[in-house]
Design a protein around this ligand. Structure first.
Ligand SMILES: [Fe+2]
Length: 481
Protein backbone atom coordinates (compact mmCIF):
# COMPACT_ATOMS: atom_id res chain seq x y z
CA UNK A 1 0.00 0.00 0.00
CA UNK A 2 1.44 3.41 -0.89
CA UNK A 3 2.44 5.37 2.21
CA UNK A 4 0.41 8.41 1.20
CA UNK A 5 -2.93 6.60 1.38
CA UNK A 6 -2.04 4.39 4.33
CA UNK A 7 -1.24 7.44 6.40
CA UNK A 8 -4.53 9.14 5.78
CA UNK A 9 -6.35 6.35 7.56
CA UNK A 10 -7.18 7.21 11.17
CA UNK A 11 -5.32 5.13 13.69
CA UNK A 12 -6.72 6.11 17.05
CA UNK A 13 -5.69 2.85 18.71
CA UNK A 14 -2.04 3.46 17.95
CA UNK A 15 -2.26 7.00 19.34
CA UNK A 16 -3.17 5.81 22.82
CA UNK A 17 -0.46 4.48 25.11
CA UNK A 18 -1.48 0.97 26.04
CA UNK A 19 -2.24 0.12 29.65
CA UNK A 20 -1.65 -3.44 30.68
CA UNK A 21 -4.80 -5.36 31.46
CA UNK A 22 -5.12 -7.54 34.56
CA UNK A 23 -4.90 -10.59 32.28
CA UNK A 24 -1.66 -9.41 30.77
CA UNK A 25 -0.27 -8.77 34.27
CA UNK A 26 -1.31 -12.32 35.24
CA UNK A 27 0.55 -13.65 32.19
CA UNK A 28 3.75 -11.97 33.37
CA UNK A 29 3.31 -13.09 36.98
CA UNK A 30 2.80 -16.72 35.94
CA UNK A 31 5.75 -16.45 33.57
CA UNK A 32 8.03 -15.08 36.30
CA UNK A 33 8.96 -16.67 39.62
CA UNK A 34 6.83 -19.62 40.83
CA UNK A 35 3.43 -18.09 41.63
CA UNK A 36 2.00 -18.07 45.14
CA UNK A 37 -1.24 -19.83 46.07
CA UNK A 38 -3.32 -16.71 45.52
CA UNK A 39 -1.98 -16.25 41.98
CA UNK A 40 -2.62 -19.90 41.16
CA UNK A 41 -6.17 -19.50 42.38
CA UNK A 42 -6.64 -16.46 40.14
CA UNK A 43 -5.26 -18.52 37.26
CA UNK A 44 -7.79 -21.28 38.02
CA UNK A 45 -10.63 -18.71 38.07
CA UNK A 46 -9.49 -17.41 34.70
CA UNK A 47 -9.49 -20.94 33.27
CA UNK A 48 -13.01 -21.61 34.55
CA UNK A 49 -14.20 -18.37 32.97
CA UNK A 50 -12.60 -19.29 29.64
CA UNK A 51 -14.09 -22.77 29.77
CA UNK A 52 -17.53 -21.23 30.24
CA UNK A 53 -16.97 -18.72 27.43
CA UNK A 54 -15.87 -21.41 24.98
CA UNK A 55 -18.36 -24.10 26.06
CA UNK A 56 -20.76 -23.45 23.18
CA UNK A 57 -18.15 -23.23 20.46
CA UNK A 58 -17.93 -25.78 17.69
CA UNK A 59 -15.28 -28.41 17.97
CA UNK A 60 -14.41 -31.00 15.36
CA UNK A 61 -13.34 -33.69 17.82
CA UNK A 62 -15.15 -37.00 17.34
CA UNK A 63 -18.07 -37.98 19.55
CA UNK A 64 -16.12 -40.82 21.07
CA UNK A 65 -12.42 -41.07 22.02
CA UNK A 66 -12.23 -44.43 20.23
CA UNK A 67 -12.50 -42.54 16.95
CA UNK A 68 -9.52 -40.30 17.71
CA UNK A 69 -6.97 -42.01 15.49
CA UNK A 70 -9.35 -42.00 12.51
CA UNK A 71 -10.11 -38.33 13.24
CA UNK A 72 -6.39 -37.51 13.32
CA UNK A 73 -5.73 -39.35 10.05
CA UNK A 74 -8.63 -37.57 8.33
CA UNK A 75 -7.48 -34.13 9.62
CA UNK A 76 -3.90 -34.79 8.52
CA UNK A 77 -5.11 -35.89 5.04
CA UNK A 78 -7.18 -32.70 4.69
CA UNK A 79 -4.22 -30.53 5.65
CA UNK A 80 -1.95 -32.41 3.23
CA UNK A 81 -4.46 -31.93 0.42
CA UNK A 82 -4.83 -28.20 1.05
CA UNK A 83 -1.07 -27.76 1.32
CA UNK A 84 -0.57 -29.59 -1.98
CA UNK A 85 -3.07 -27.18 -3.56
CA UNK A 86 -1.16 -24.22 -2.06
CA UNK A 87 2.14 -25.53 -3.44
CA UNK A 88 0.61 -26.10 -6.88
CA UNK A 89 -0.67 -22.53 -6.91
CA UNK A 90 2.69 -21.14 -5.89
CA UNK A 91 4.53 -23.25 -8.43
CA UNK A 92 2.17 -21.92 -11.09
CA UNK A 93 3.38 -18.40 -10.22
CA UNK A 94 0.82 -17.44 -7.57
CA UNK A 95 1.76 -14.81 -5.00
CA UNK A 96 2.53 -15.52 -1.35
CA UNK A 97 -0.72 -15.97 0.53
CA UNK A 98 0.37 -14.97 4.02
CA UNK A 99 3.16 -12.38 4.05
CA UNK A 100 3.07 -9.44 1.66
CA UNK A 101 6.65 -8.46 2.46
CA UNK A 102 9.45 -9.08 4.95
CA UNK A 103 8.11 -6.54 7.46
CA UNK A 104 4.80 -8.38 7.47
CA UNK A 105 6.55 -11.65 8.30
CA UNK A 106 8.64 -10.06 11.06
CA UNK A 107 5.55 -8.40 12.50
CA UNK A 108 3.94 -11.85 12.64
CA UNK A 109 6.95 -13.25 14.54
CA UNK A 110 6.59 -10.42 17.05
CA UNK A 111 2.81 -10.63 17.38
CA UNK A 112 2.74 -14.35 18.15
CA UNK A 113 5.71 -14.12 20.52
CA UNK A 114 3.58 -14.02 23.73
CA UNK A 115 2.31 -17.49 22.78
CA UNK A 116 5.54 -18.90 21.36
CA UNK A 117 7.55 -17.78 24.40
CA UNK A 118 5.51 -20.11 26.62
CA UNK A 119 5.49 -22.97 24.10
CA UNK A 120 4.82 -26.31 25.77
CA UNK A 121 3.91 -24.75 29.12
CA UNK A 122 0.44 -26.36 29.29
CA UNK A 123 2.18 -29.65 30.11
CA UNK A 124 4.51 -28.28 32.79
CA UNK A 125 2.27 -29.25 35.71
CA UNK A 126 2.66 -32.93 34.79
CA UNK A 127 6.44 -32.94 35.26
CA UNK A 128 6.16 -33.46 39.01
CA UNK A 129 4.00 -36.54 38.31
CA UNK A 130 6.48 -38.24 35.99
CA UNK A 131 6.48 -41.31 38.22
CA UNK A 132 2.91 -42.04 37.08
CA UNK A 133 3.51 -44.28 34.07
CA UNK A 134 0.19 -43.22 32.55
CA UNK A 135 1.34 -39.60 32.48
CA UNK A 136 4.94 -40.31 31.50
CA UNK A 137 4.30 -39.99 27.70
CA UNK A 138 2.98 -36.46 28.20
CA UNK A 139 5.97 -35.59 30.38
CA UNK A 140 8.11 -36.85 27.48
CA UNK A 141 6.27 -34.45 25.18
CA UNK A 142 7.05 -31.62 27.61
CA UNK A 143 10.73 -32.60 27.67
CA UNK A 144 10.78 -32.59 23.87
CA UNK A 145 9.34 -29.06 23.90
CA UNK A 146 12.32 -28.25 26.14
CA UNK A 147 14.68 -29.95 23.68
CA UNK A 148 15.65 -32.43 26.42
CA UNK A 149 17.84 -29.63 27.74
CA UNK A 150 19.73 -29.00 24.47
CA UNK A 151 19.96 -25.27 23.75
CA UNK A 152 19.59 -25.78 20.00
CA UNK A 153 16.39 -27.81 20.42
CA UNK A 154 14.60 -25.95 23.22
CA UNK A 155 11.58 -24.46 21.45
CA UNK A 156 11.35 -21.29 23.54
CA UNK A 157 15.06 -20.61 23.26
CA UNK A 158 14.90 -21.14 19.49
CA UNK A 159 12.11 -18.59 19.31
CA UNK A 160 13.95 -16.08 21.49
CA UNK A 161 16.96 -16.40 19.19
CA UNK A 162 14.81 -15.96 16.12
CA UNK A 163 13.41 -12.72 17.54
CA UNK A 164 16.87 -11.52 18.54
CA UNK A 165 18.22 -12.22 15.04
CA UNK A 166 15.76 -9.62 13.70
CA UNK A 167 16.10 -7.06 16.47
CA UNK A 168 12.72 -7.90 18.00
CA UNK A 169 12.55 -7.73 21.77
CA UNK A 170 11.28 -10.80 23.60
CA UNK A 171 10.28 -8.53 26.47
CA UNK A 172 6.91 -6.83 26.71
CA UNK A 173 7.60 -3.30 25.46
CA UNK A 174 3.90 -2.47 25.45
CA UNK A 175 3.67 -2.45 21.66
CA UNK A 176 1.37 -5.48 21.34
CA UNK A 177 -2.32 -5.44 22.26
CA UNK A 178 -3.51 -7.33 25.34
CA UNK A 179 -5.48 -9.80 23.22
CA UNK A 180 -2.24 -11.32 21.94
CA UNK A 181 -1.43 -12.46 25.49
CA UNK A 182 -4.62 -14.45 25.96
CA UNK A 183 -3.58 -17.77 24.40
CA UNK A 184 -0.24 -17.74 26.25
CA UNK A 185 -2.08 -16.93 29.49
CA UNK A 186 -4.32 -19.98 29.05
CA UNK A 187 -1.25 -22.15 28.61
CA UNK A 188 0.38 -20.71 31.73
CA UNK A 189 -2.82 -21.14 33.75
CA UNK A 190 -2.89 -24.82 32.77
CA UNK A 191 0.80 -25.09 33.68
CA UNK A 192 0.16 -24.08 37.28
CA UNK A 193 -3.16 -25.88 37.78
CA UNK A 194 -2.66 -29.30 36.22
CA UNK A 195 -3.87 -31.08 39.32
CA UNK A 196 -7.38 -29.60 39.08
CA UNK A 197 -7.56 -29.45 35.28
CA UNK A 198 -5.95 -32.72 34.20
CA UNK A 199 -8.60 -33.68 31.57
CA UNK A 200 -8.48 -30.11 30.19
CA UNK A 201 -4.67 -30.24 29.97
CA UNK A 202 -4.92 -33.52 28.07
CA UNK A 203 -7.58 -32.06 25.76
CA UNK A 204 -5.65 -28.86 25.18
CA UNK A 205 -2.60 -30.93 24.26
CA UNK A 206 -4.70 -33.04 21.89
CA UNK A 207 -5.93 -30.03 19.94
CA UNK A 208 -2.75 -27.98 20.06
CA UNK A 209 -0.42 -30.73 18.86
CA UNK A 210 -2.31 -31.48 15.61
CA UNK A 211 -0.52 -30.15 12.54
CA UNK A 212 -2.32 -27.08 11.18
CA UNK A 213 -2.13 -25.89 7.58
CA UNK A 214 -0.89 -22.46 8.66
CA UNK A 215 2.27 -23.98 10.13
CA UNK A 216 3.22 -25.44 6.73
CA UNK A 217 2.50 -22.25 4.82
CA UNK A 218 4.21 -20.05 7.40
CA UNK A 219 7.35 -22.21 7.19
CA UNK A 220 7.30 -22.07 3.39
CA UNK A 221 6.87 -18.31 3.16
CA UNK A 222 9.36 -17.43 5.93
CA UNK A 223 11.99 -19.49 4.13
CA UNK A 224 11.09 -17.80 0.87
CA UNK A 225 11.62 -14.39 2.49
CA UNK A 226 15.07 -15.40 3.74
CA UNK A 227 13.91 -15.80 7.36
CA UNK A 228 14.93 -18.90 9.30
CA UNK A 229 11.85 -21.17 9.40
CA UNK A 230 13.45 -23.76 11.72
CA UNK A 231 11.21 -23.08 14.72
CA UNK A 232 8.18 -23.73 12.50
CA UNK A 233 9.58 -26.65 10.48
CA UNK A 234 10.63 -28.28 13.75
CA UNK A 235 6.97 -28.32 14.74
CA UNK A 236 5.98 -29.82 11.40
CA UNK A 237 8.32 -32.72 12.12
CA UNK A 238 7.87 -33.22 15.88
CA UNK A 239 4.08 -32.93 15.69
CA UNK A 240 3.76 -35.46 12.86
CA UNK A 241 0.74 -37.72 13.01
CA UNK A 242 2.60 -40.98 12.48
CA UNK A 243 4.82 -41.03 15.57
CA UNK A 244 5.12 -37.44 16.75
CA UNK A 245 3.25 -35.29 19.25
CA UNK A 246 -0.01 -35.42 17.29
CA UNK A 247 -0.17 -39.19 17.65
CA UNK A 248 1.18 -39.16 21.21
CA UNK A 249 -1.59 -36.73 22.16
CA UNK A 250 -4.26 -39.16 20.90
CA UNK A 251 -2.54 -42.10 22.62
CA UNK A 252 -2.45 -40.12 25.88
CA UNK A 253 -6.22 -39.56 25.85
CA UNK A 254 -6.89 -43.24 25.29
CA UNK A 255 -4.35 -44.35 27.90
CA UNK A 256 -5.78 -41.98 30.49
CA UNK A 257 -9.47 -42.78 29.99
CA UNK A 258 -10.73 -43.49 33.51
CA UNK A 259 -11.20 -47.10 34.57
CA UNK A 260 -13.03 -45.82 37.61
CA UNK A 261 -15.59 -43.08 37.50
CA UNK A 262 -17.36 -41.83 34.39
CA UNK A 263 -15.30 -41.90 31.17
CA UNK A 264 -17.85 -39.71 29.42
CA UNK A 265 -17.49 -36.91 31.96
CA UNK A 266 -13.73 -37.16 31.46
CA UNK A 267 -14.11 -37.08 27.66
CA UNK A 268 -16.36 -34.02 27.80
CA UNK A 269 -13.73 -32.23 29.90
CA UNK A 270 -11.06 -33.27 27.36
CA UNK A 271 -13.22 -31.70 24.64
CA UNK A 272 -13.61 -28.53 26.71
CA UNK A 273 -9.83 -28.32 27.12
CA UNK A 274 -9.41 -28.78 23.37
CA UNK A 275 -11.60 -25.72 22.76
CA UNK A 276 -9.16 -23.61 24.78
CA UNK A 277 -6.53 -24.24 22.12
CA UNK A 278 -8.54 -22.03 19.75
CA UNK A 279 -9.10 -19.20 22.23
CA UNK A 280 -7.49 -15.80 21.75
CA UNK A 281 -6.29 -14.27 18.51
CA UNK A 282 -5.69 -16.92 15.87
CA UNK A 283 -2.72 -17.14 13.52
CA UNK A 284 -4.76 -16.07 10.50
CA UNK A 285 -6.21 -13.10 12.37
CA UNK A 286 -2.69 -11.94 13.24
CA UNK A 287 -1.54 -12.28 9.64
CA UNK A 288 -4.59 -10.61 8.12
CA UNK A 289 -4.54 -7.80 10.71
CA UNK A 290 -1.20 -6.36 9.58
CA UNK A 291 -1.40 -2.79 8.31
CA UNK A 292 2.03 -1.41 7.46
CA UNK A 293 0.87 2.23 7.62
CA UNK A 294 -0.50 1.70 11.13
CA UNK A 295 2.70 -0.05 12.18
CA UNK A 296 4.89 2.82 10.89
CA UNK A 297 2.67 5.22 12.80
CA UNK A 298 2.95 3.16 15.97
CA UNK A 299 6.74 3.10 15.64
CA UNK A 300 6.90 6.89 15.20
CA UNK A 301 4.54 7.42 18.12
CA UNK A 302 6.66 5.20 20.33
CA UNK A 303 9.84 7.10 19.33
CA UNK A 304 8.38 10.59 19.67
CA UNK A 305 9.01 11.06 23.43
CA UNK A 306 12.69 10.11 23.07
CA UNK A 307 13.13 12.24 19.93
CA UNK A 308 11.44 15.30 21.38
CA UNK A 309 14.18 17.70 22.45
CA UNK A 310 16.93 15.63 20.81
CA UNK A 311 16.99 17.67 17.57
CA UNK A 312 18.51 21.05 16.80
CA UNK A 313 16.06 23.84 16.25
CA UNK A 314 17.19 24.32 12.66
CA UNK A 315 15.84 20.83 11.82
CA UNK A 316 12.47 21.81 10.37
CA UNK A 317 9.77 20.15 8.27
CA UNK A 318 6.89 22.15 6.78
CA UNK A 319 7.92 25.23 8.77
CA UNK A 320 7.85 23.48 12.14
CA UNK A 321 10.84 22.26 14.15
CA UNK A 322 11.22 18.50 14.56
CA UNK A 323 11.19 19.02 18.32
CA UNK A 324 7.75 20.62 18.01
CA UNK A 325 6.49 17.86 15.74
CA UNK A 326 7.63 15.24 18.27
CA UNK A 327 6.15 17.08 21.27
CA UNK A 328 3.08 14.82 21.28
CA UNK A 329 2.53 11.40 19.68
CA UNK A 330 -0.85 12.62 18.43
CA UNK A 331 0.93 14.77 15.84
CA UNK A 332 2.58 11.79 14.16
CA UNK A 333 -0.02 11.26 11.40
CA UNK A 334 0.36 14.92 10.37
CA UNK A 335 4.14 14.71 10.73
CA UNK A 336 4.36 11.69 8.44
CA UNK A 337 2.12 13.42 5.93
CA UNK A 338 4.36 16.50 6.13
CA UNK A 339 7.40 14.30 5.42
CA UNK A 340 5.64 13.10 2.25
CA UNK A 341 4.47 16.59 1.21
CA UNK A 342 7.97 18.05 1.60
CA UNK A 343 9.53 15.09 -0.29
CA UNK A 344 11.53 13.85 2.70
CA UNK A 345 9.62 10.66 2.06
CA UNK A 346 9.12 9.48 -1.51
CA UNK A 347 6.38 6.87 -1.62
CA UNK A 348 6.59 3.81 -3.84
CA UNK A 349 10.24 4.28 -4.68
CA UNK A 350 13.49 2.61 -3.62
CA UNK A 351 14.15 3.55 0.00
CA UNK A 352 17.40 5.38 -0.77
CA UNK A 353 15.45 7.90 -2.82
CA UNK A 354 13.89 9.23 0.39
CA UNK A 355 16.07 11.77 2.22
CA UNK A 356 14.49 10.52 5.42
CA UNK A 357 15.83 6.99 4.79
CA UNK A 358 19.30 8.39 4.13
CA UNK A 359 19.21 9.89 7.65
CA UNK A 360 18.72 6.37 8.99
CA UNK A 361 21.09 4.44 6.76
CA UNK A 362 24.36 4.90 4.97
CA UNK A 363 27.64 6.72 5.53
CA UNK A 364 27.46 9.13 8.48
CA UNK A 365 23.67 8.80 8.69
CA UNK A 366 22.61 11.33 11.35
CA UNK A 367 19.94 9.05 12.83
CA UNK A 368 21.93 5.80 12.70
CA UNK A 369 20.87 3.44 15.50
CA UNK A 370 17.62 5.25 16.36
CA UNK A 371 15.45 2.47 14.92
CA UNK A 372 15.80 -1.27 15.59
CA UNK A 373 16.38 -3.68 12.69
CA UNK A 374 12.68 -4.64 12.81
CA UNK A 375 11.59 -1.00 12.74
CA UNK A 376 13.95 -0.28 9.84
CA UNK A 377 12.42 -3.17 7.89
CA UNK A 378 8.93 -1.79 8.45
CA UNK A 379 9.93 1.73 7.35
CA UNK A 380 11.88 0.32 4.40
CA UNK A 381 8.94 -1.78 3.14
CA UNK A 382 6.49 1.06 3.74
CA UNK A 383 8.63 3.38 1.60
CA UNK A 384 8.93 0.83 -1.20
CA UNK A 385 5.21 0.07 -1.35
CA UNK A 386 4.27 -2.82 -3.61
CA UNK A 387 7.88 -3.38 -4.67
CA UNK A 388 8.58 -4.61 -1.14
CA UNK A 389 6.81 -7.83 -2.08
CA UNK A 390 10.21 -8.96 -3.44
CA UNK A 391 11.22 -9.52 0.21
CA UNK A 392 14.32 -7.32 0.07
CA UNK A 393 15.93 -6.91 3.50
CA UNK A 394 16.46 -3.33 4.70
CA UNK A 395 20.22 -3.81 4.84
CA UNK A 396 20.61 -5.54 1.48
CA UNK A 397 23.07 -3.71 -0.71
CA UNK A 398 21.64 -2.15 -3.84
CA UNK A 399 18.24 -2.64 -5.34
CA UNK A 400 16.83 -6.15 -5.52
CA UNK A 401 17.08 -7.72 -8.93
CA UNK A 402 13.44 -8.11 -9.90
CA UNK A 403 14.21 -10.56 -12.64
CA UNK A 404 15.81 -13.09 -10.32
CA UNK A 405 14.15 -15.10 -7.58
CA UNK A 406 15.63 -14.11 -4.24
CA UNK A 407 17.49 -16.90 -2.44
CA UNK A 408 15.50 -18.65 0.28
CA UNK A 409 16.80 -18.93 3.83
CA UNK A 410 17.80 -22.53 3.20
CA UNK A 411 19.72 -21.57 0.04
CA UNK A 412 21.55 -18.87 2.00
CA UNK A 413 22.26 -21.33 4.82
CA UNK A 414 23.73 -23.83 2.34
CA UNK A 415 25.95 -21.05 1.01
CA UNK A 416 26.95 -20.09 4.57
CA UNK A 417 25.35 -16.65 4.25
CA UNK A 418 22.28 -17.04 6.44
CA UNK A 419 23.63 -14.81 9.21
CA UNK A 420 22.08 -14.66 12.66
CA UNK A 421 19.10 -16.90 13.17
CA UNK A 422 20.59 -19.87 11.35
CA UNK A 423 19.97 -23.06 13.31
CA UNK A 424 23.19 -23.94 15.06
CA UNK A 425 24.74 -27.29 15.81
CA UNK A 426 24.45 -28.78 19.29
CA UNK A 427 25.96 -26.42 21.83
CA UNK A 428 27.66 -26.86 25.15
CA UNK A 429 25.99 -25.21 28.13
CA UNK A 430 27.19 -21.59 28.23
CA UNK A 431 29.05 -20.07 31.15
CA UNK A 432 26.48 -18.62 33.53
CA UNK A 433 26.74 -17.41 37.13
CA UNK A 434 23.60 -19.30 38.17
CA UNK A 435 24.69 -22.77 37.01
CA UNK A 436 27.43 -23.44 39.65
CA UNK A 437 25.15 -22.14 42.43
CA UNK A 438 22.28 -24.32 41.19
CA UNK A 439 24.50 -27.41 40.97
CA UNK A 440 25.90 -26.74 44.45
CA UNK A 441 22.36 -26.58 45.81
CA UNK A 442 21.45 -29.81 44.05
CA UNK A 443 24.41 -31.58 45.66
CA UNK A 444 22.84 -30.87 49.04
CA UNK A 445 19.48 -32.33 48.03
CA UNK A 446 18.32 -35.90 47.54
CA UNK A 447 15.19 -37.81 46.64
CA UNK A 448 11.98 -35.86 46.34
CA UNK A 449 13.63 -32.54 47.31
CA UNK A 450 16.14 -32.87 44.50
CA UNK A 451 13.37 -33.83 42.07
CA UNK A 452 11.32 -30.81 43.17
CA UNK A 453 14.31 -28.49 42.62
CA UNK A 454 14.77 -29.84 39.09
CA UNK A 455 11.06 -29.49 38.30
CA UNK A 456 11.06 -25.92 39.66
CA UNK A 457 13.91 -24.99 37.28
CA UNK A 458 11.97 -26.49 34.36
CA UNK A 459 9.10 -24.04 34.80
CA UNK A 460 7.95 -22.03 31.73
CA UNK A 461 9.84 -18.92 32.84
CA UNK A 462 13.15 -20.68 33.44
CA UNK A 463 13.56 -23.86 31.39
CA UNK A 464 15.21 -21.99 28.51
CA UNK A 465 17.96 -20.47 30.71
CA UNK A 466 21.28 -22.30 31.32
CA UNK A 467 19.98 -23.45 34.72
CA UNK A 468 16.73 -24.65 33.17
CA UNK A 469 18.55 -26.52 30.42
CA UNK A 470 20.83 -28.18 32.98
CA UNK A 471 17.85 -29.11 35.14
CA UNK A 472 16.08 -30.61 32.12
CA UNK A 473 19.12 -32.73 31.23
CA UNK A 474 19.38 -34.03 34.81
CA UNK A 475 15.63 -34.64 35.10
CA UNK A 476 15.66 -36.60 31.83
CA UNK A 477 18.58 -38.70 32.98
CA UNK A 478 17.27 -39.33 36.48
CA UNK A 479 13.59 -39.94 35.69
CA UNK A 480 13.75 -41.68 32.33
CA UNK A 481 17.17 -43.36 32.26
FE1 LIG B 1 6.83 -26.42 20.61
Amino acid sequence: MPPSTALLRPCAAAAQPRRRSAQRALYHTLHGAPPDADTRTRAAHFLRRKLLETAGQANDLPASPQELHAWRDASAARVAERYAAYLAERQAGGARQYFTNRAHALHFLHAVAPTKLVDGSWLYGLAEHAANVRLAPLVHTYLEELGDGAADKNHVLLYRRLLAAHGISAEDDGSLPDALYEQGLIQLCLAWNAQDFLPEVIGFNLAYEQLPLHLLITSYELNELGIDPYYFTLHVTVDNGHSGHARQACDAVLALLPRHGDPDVFWQRVRAGARLADAGVGTMQVIQGFDIGAEVLRIFQAKAPAGHGAHSNYCRVAGKSINDWLATPEQMPAFLQALIDTKWVVPDAPAHQSRFWRLLQGERAEMFGVFSPYELQVIHDWLRGEDASDGQAWDERGAANQSRRRPSFRALARAGKAGPGAASAAEALPVDPDVPAFEERLRQLAGSERRAALVAAMAPGEHWTPVGLRATQLFRRECFA
